[in-house]
Design a protein around this ligand. Structure first.
Ligand code: NZQ
Ligand code: ZN
Length: 388
């Protein structure tokens, strides 16, 4: 097992009605709150009214920052930063899915950033001065509630980057807030959770059992609980397990003690979102099984890890490692093809025209070449073609 540092300063408050404690948490920072939210789901669900009456009842001044898009843009960050400066905001309260929480983190850091905010996104760096961020999670997917990253898009340059901002001080994770997530977003979020665990799992380090076991448990949890919530959106136990899986999967804990394998499918998936606005989890559901087939073909030395994936995640048995490896991948492909989201780029109306641009750009930070099985530009093109 390799050396590692565990440092996640975010306090997680998990379970029913935990947001009752929100005023007490916010009081630590001041009375002037920026409430960041998305396109309206929080209003339709009643969560907005519930939180605003809780806060105004405790003498907070709440400034709205609505309209954060899925795949949030730097324009939304600018809007929030302007509000923070104009209103003398003390803390950012982000209520929503990963897009809203990511945007809230970027706004909080942007408050103190002199200069262009897209430059701030590009200059990813820990320890930057930031307003405190408090998150209320409404969608199980990204793990933004428990990490310091924010993924921001610049539609003008067709770039989408993950940047380091600050950890939320406290994240409130009430699974009942996810009862209203539609099946499509529930499935996309679950594919994202699986991908986070998978991208940690496929590493060259073989002896970090806790990390590997955590990744396997997270993937098995999604396999077990996603079909339940697709049938019963208000099944508390299943929603709760998905929510905790979301929080842990992208926390880095499944990487502890392991050689960081690079998040190749994430790098490539961000290109699909930047060019075509593809929903994050859907891009991963399309890419992940094809990436597995490609790397297994390219480098058969990874067969034992795929065989372990088949045994420990899918409960498969057999002595033929190559056969197990193949069957494990196909089980994942079948699962992802049957959760109500696209499983090809063709279904999304995406053709070959920008494959080369995306392949070149995906590797700009070496995320394809310095990965578990290094991918050349030609490999990434082959992967895109396999997704058609
Ligand atoms: O905008 P509203 O109206 O709120 O609707 C949202 C949005 O349309 C809706 N939704 C959220 N909670 C809901 C709900 N609808 C009904 N009931 C609820 N309770 O769902 C839609 C998608 O929301 P979004 O926040 O975009 O989804 P997700 O949580 O999957 O976030 C995706 C973003 O996070 C980034 C992705 O790249 C993408 O930009 N990621 C962030 C990461 C991080 N911070 O570490 C890592 C991830 O790998 C990922 O890259
Ligand atoms: Zn992701």
């Amino acid at each position: 097992m390799l050396n590692f540092t565990h440092r996640i300063p975010t306090e997680i408050r998990f379970g029913k009605d935990v947001t009752d404690g929100l005023p007490k948490v916010l009081e630590r920072f001041g009375k002037n709150i920026l409430l960041v939210y998305g396109g309206g789901s929080v209003k339709r669900s009643g969560l907005y009214d519930r939180l605003v009456s809780l806060l105004t009842g405790a003498d907070f001044t709440v400034t709205d920052c609505p309209g954060v898009e899925p795949n949030p843009t730097v324009a939304s960050v600018r809007r929030g930063v302007d509000l923070c400066r104009a209103k003398g905001i003390d803390a950012v309260l982000a209520v929503g899915g990963g897009s809203v929480i990511d945007c809230g983190k970027a706004i909080a850091t942007g408050r103190y950033w002199e200069g262009d905010l897209w430059e701030m996104v590009l200059q990813s760096r820990a320890g930057r001065k930031s307003l405190p961020v408090i998150a209320v999670l409404t969608l199980s997917a990204t793990g933004s509630e428990f990490d310091n990253k924010g993924v921001i898009t610049n539609p003008e340059t067709k770039e989408k980057y993950s940047s380091v901002f600050s950890f939320p001080v406290v994240s409130f994770c009430d699974p009942t807030f996810t009862f209203t997530v539609p099946p499509y977003q529930t499935a996309c979020g679950s594919a994202d959770i699986m991908s986070h665990a998978i991208e940690s799992y496929f590493s060259r380090t073989e002896d970090s059992e806790i990390s590997d076991g955590l990744a396997e448990t997270i993937i098995r949890t999604v396999i077990h609980d996603l079909p339940i919530v697709l049938e019963q959106p208000d099944n508390y136990e299943a929603r709760a397990n998905l929510m905790w899986a979301s929080t842990l999967a992208c926390s880095g804990m499944a990487d502890y003690g392991k050689r960081y394998p690079g998040k190749t499918c994430h790098a490539i998936g961000h290109e699909l979102s930047a060019w075509y606005g593809v929903t994050h989890g859907e891009s991963l559901a399309i890419l992940q099984p094809r990436w597995m087939r490609l790397i297994l073909k390219k480098d058969p030395s990874v067969t034992p890890r795929f065989a372990r994936f088949a045994r420990n995640v899918w409960g498969m048995t057999g002595d033929d490692e190559a056969d197990l490896a193949r069957r494990g991948i196909e089980a994942l492909a079948d699962f992802l093809a049957n959760i109500g989201i696209a499983s090809t780029l063709g279904e999304l109306g995406i053709g070959e025209e920008h494959f080369l641009d995306m392949a070149v750009h995906a590797d700009l930070r070496g995320r394809c070449t310095n990965s578990y099985v290094p991918l050349t530009q030609e490999d990434v093109l082959e992967l895109f073609r396999a997704c058609l």
